[in-house]
Design a protein around this ligand. Structure first.
Ligand code: PRP
Ligand code: GUN
Length: 193
């Protein structure tokens, strides 16, 4: 049943503030900055001469993409695609394309940037899409990978990965909790989840 109650900003604000006040900080902003420096150095080494085409995966990839790409000192292009599997919930479902990529990829070295590789179904589907679209190569860069053995493709890893987190639902630095706290400056997990 759709929620037809009027939006109550006060109640949501208090709930979301309580969530943050009690959350565990798993990764600090300093640790994220260092991880992004390292990722940028590795990407530069491997793709710096290739005029790569970067795709931000909206919405979660927005903040990582911005912080990562300003660290890259070579010419590149940026575009975005919007695929979602969680749609504001805590469990993933079918991949839903809100905006599929239109820019030609034929012969291009494509780099997909996202916030998190959890079960990996999102990245696996996007890689498949880019390969079919004729990319010369498809690389993946994620800020965090989650440690567990439920990967959609066994052993799936990102080519460039900043950090690992434990198997908890996380938010911050692009990742949401029920749509909120993508702006949180670090990576957090709700208490008890
Ligand atoms: O590895 P997976 O289990 O497939 O999950 C990873 C995906 O989940 C999140 O997106 P989400 O579907 O929540 O959409 P959002 O980016 O708009 O938050 C995240 O941004 C990744 O794209
Ligand atoms: N916000 C958020 N999105 C996800 N998508 C897949 N796993 C997660 C997670 O732990 N947190």
């Amino acid at each position: 049943m759709p929620d037809t109650a009027p939006f109550d900003p006060q109640r949501h604000r208090l709930d979301m503030q309580a969530l943050m006040d009690q959350a565990d900080c798993l990764v600090t902003l300093d640790e994220i900055e260092r991880a992004l420096d390292q990722m940028a150095a590795e990407i530069g080494e491997r793709l710096g001469d290739e005029l790569p085409l970067f795709f931000c995966i909206m919405n979660g990839g927005l903040i990582t993409t911005g912080h990562l790409l300003t660290r890259l000192g070579f010419p590149l292009e940026i575009d975005y695609m919007h695929a979602t599997r969680y749609r504001g919930g805590l469990r993933g479902g079918e991949l839903f394309w809100r905006v599929s990529p239109e820019r030609p990829m034929v012969g291009r070295h494509v780099v997909i940037v996202d916030d998190i590789l959890d079960e990996g179904a999102t990245l696996a589907a996007i890689i498949n899409h880019c390969e079919k679209a004729g990319a010369a190569s498809v690389s993946t860069a994620v800020l965090v990978e989650k440690r567990h053995d439920r990967k959609a493709v066994p052993g799936l890893r990102a080519d460039f990965c900043g950090l690992e987190v434990e198997d908890r639902y996380v938010f911050g630095f692009g990742m949401d909790y029920q749509g909120y706290w993508r702006n949180a400056p670090g990576i957090f997990a709700p208490k008890g989840l």
